[in-house]
Ligand binder design. Structure first.
Ligand SMILES: [Zn+2]
Length: 394
């Protein structure tokens, strides 16, 4: 299969490029500058990019955003809604997503690998790992029932934390997610959760199995704990300051500011919450960027009405407003792949898997051309899953 036109290869833009894809191996054979791209292809104004990657989503499968809804929705409804969400994700150009705690993504990841659902590749973190009584523990229920219905494993002490990692790995998890702090979900204040000792045991066990570890952190003290305990990425990272950002940059730790979820409309805001978020959106991404922290795109969308899967391109839009279009594109492709430990995705280069999308317009000039209506072509592993270009590829 041959594609011709403008290419963003994960690093740079080529105005006239040619990509050759082997349909047999599903890999890119070559991608190069071409002298002879026909005029009709240039007139199409299509840009080919690596398939987009959202490094932080949840498949919660409920229209409303509530902890009760997330834990009480039946697995069947949850799965049916999640299948719709995954289809929306693939149609909007996302060829890989990482889930960060839910009850169905391990099995859906298996189904995707079997080729029986329309879905991005799912790097599943399985069940998130949190402390008993933490922010995502539905404390209105008795503990044994809460443990049964939760999307988290409650673990206390290093050994339970290690066991929780092993249970996830046993079930096929390709990433591990832990809570280093509370959040605003439970309505409480920001405080640390899981000790450094516990966090260290989690990231150490993840390392042993060669999967990336990610930690949810609100507040400077929680971010510091995450850095000290050897995690691959800081998720959300509200409260980032210069000192912590420098330590993240020198340690090669990724930062996922999940701007989209804070920009999404919320009914239950408070002055306390708003002050954290205001600083996060206005200062912290700039601080991270100024010292060279690797910033990646993750929406934290859960599939609710306000955080709809299919609108995940918004993270690139919000990031671009702070770090510019080129870095926002890298954050959504090559750097995101690196964050997930994927060495064969995220670039349009020789021998990389052929995850390629085509969008109308030039995202270097207008990042909004990543929005779903503009995504005309989606190829995953060399297979065309969507083609609205009017072109025939063979
Ligand atoms: Zn999340």
């Amino acid at each position: 299969m041959e594609l011709q036109g403008r290419i963003f290869d994960g690093e740079n833009i080529m105005e006239n490029g040619k990509i050759s894809v082997s349909v047999d191996t599903g890999k890119i054979e070559y991608a190069e500058q071409a002298a002879d791209v026909p005029k009709r292809y240039r007139d199409d104004n299509i840009t080919f990019l690596p398939g987009l990657i959202d490094t932080h989503i949840h498949l919660f499968g409920t229209p409303e955003r509530s902890l009760e809804g997330w834990v009480l929705t039946s697995d069947v409804i949850l799965t049916v809604n999640s299948l719709k969400d995954l289809k929306n994700l693939i149609n909007s150009g996302f060829t890989t997503v990482r889930t960060m705690g839910d009850k169905v993504s391990l099995e859906l990841s298996r189904a995707e690998k079997l080729g029986i659902i329309e879905s991005p590749r799912i790097i599943s973190s399985g069940y998130s790992i949190a402390e008993t009584g933490g922010d995502d523990d539905p404390k209105m229920f008795p503990l044994d029932f809460a443990e049964k219905i939760s999307y988290s494993y409650y673990a206390d002490g290093p050994w339970e934390c290690i066991k929780a990692v092993r249970k996830n790995i046993r079930a096929g998890a390709e990433s591990i997610k832990a809570y280093a702090s509370s959040s605003f979900v439970g309505g409480g204040s920001v405080r640390n959760e899981l000790s450094v000792e516990e966090l260290r045991s989690i990231s150490g066990e993840a390392k042993k199995y060669g999967v990336p570890s990610a930690a949810h952190a609100y507040g400077a003290s929680a971010i510091e704990n995450v850095i000290e305990s050897g995690f691959a990425s800081v998720e959300h990272g509200l409260g980032l300051n210069e000192d912590l950002a420098e330590r993240m940059a020198s340690g090669g730790i990724f930062y996922t500011p999940t701007m989209s979820v804070y920009k999404a409309q919320r009914k239950n805001s408070s002055a306390y919450r708003d002050s954290y978020i205001k600083r996060h959106l206005e200062k912290e991404v700039t601080i991270a960027d100024s010292v060279g922290v690797k910033i990646v795109a993750g929406t934290d969308f859960v599939g609710s009405t306000e955080e709809r899967h299919g609108n995940n391109y918004l993270e690139a839009v919000y990031l671009s407003q702070v770090i510019g279009n080129l870095k926002a594109l890298k954050a959504s492709t090559s750097l995101a792949a690196e964050c997930l430990g994927l060495t064969d995705r995220g670039y349009i280069k020789n021998d990389y898997a052929a995850d390629i999308i085509g969008v109308y317009g030039n995202p270097m000039e207008d990042i909004n051309c990543l929005r779903p209506e503009k995504v005309a072509l989606v190829i995953k592993n060399g297979k065309i899953l969507k083609n609205n270009t009017g072109r025939y590829f063979n």
